[in-house]
Design a protein around this ligand. Structure first.
Ligand code: COA
Length: 177
């Protein structure tokens, strides 16, 4: 599986991605808001990679820059429900610190959303973040997700109960854009 945007390639993960993925997942500062995904050992990162390679409960893409094939990060989604109308999935993304602030995530999310709706039988994509993760919320807004909820003091994080935001986009709204 290989998808393209103007600057990026979204492709299935391979074992050769392990070093880059481990560099990304084990950077505790960068993964501050995703401490449930962050890893501490190469073995944990390998388990994450092997799961991503299976693509049996969603679709997980490595993001690569076309120009020099540099590894940028990850975007993907997990199936949360299978309905007679299609799949409902939950999307997530994280990229290397040195690649942030260039619009790469928004570009990659846009392509992954298109793939989900047009090629992978999805009818609804949800996502969400802590309310203080402003960069992530901005990606959601720029990618066409609509805010569906503010969950006050909904999740424990870094010593306190934090607000969470939920965003979603439905296939009908996407098609009508
Ligand atoms: C969230 C993340 C994926 C964004 O990646 P990115 O490639 O920098 O995203 P983009 O460049 O496409 O867009 C980022 C937007 O957030 C904005 N932004 C960045 N930091 C911000 C802040 N502190 N406050 C407000 N906006 C901010 C940028 O200005 C940009 O918006 P703009 O285009 O309107 O200027 C990246 O920061 C990351 O990997 N963070 C760590 C993992 C994570 O938190 N993932 C999301 C979990 S829900």
């Amino acid at each position: 599986m290989k998808l393209e945007t103007a600057r990026l390639i979204l492709r299935d993960a391979v074992m050769a991605d392990l070093d880059n993925l481990h560099r990304l997942l084990s950077d505790q500062a960068n993964m501050y808001y995703l401490d449930d995904v962050a890893t501490r050992t190469l073995g944990e990162s390998e388990a994450n990679l092997r799961h991503a390679m299976l693509n049996d409960d969603g679709h997980y893409f490595c993001i690569e820059r076309k120009e020099d094939r540099a590894y940028i990060g990850q975007v993907g989604y997990t199936i949360t429900d299978v309905t007679p109308c299609g799949k409902i999935v939950h999307m997530g993304y994280f990229i290397l610190p040195e690649q942030q602030g260039r619009g790469y995530t928004t570009e990659a999310v846009g392509r992954a959303v298109r793939y989900a709706f047009e090629e992978d039988g999805c009818v609804r994509i949800t996502t969400g973040c802590y309310a203080d993760n402003k960069a992530s919320e901005r990606v959601m807004i720029k990618s066409g997700f609509l805010r569906e909820g503010l969950h006050k003091k909904a999740q424990y994080h870094d010593g306190i109960m934090k607000d969470r935001l939920s965003y979603a986009i439905n296939k009908d709204d996407y098609a009508a854009r």
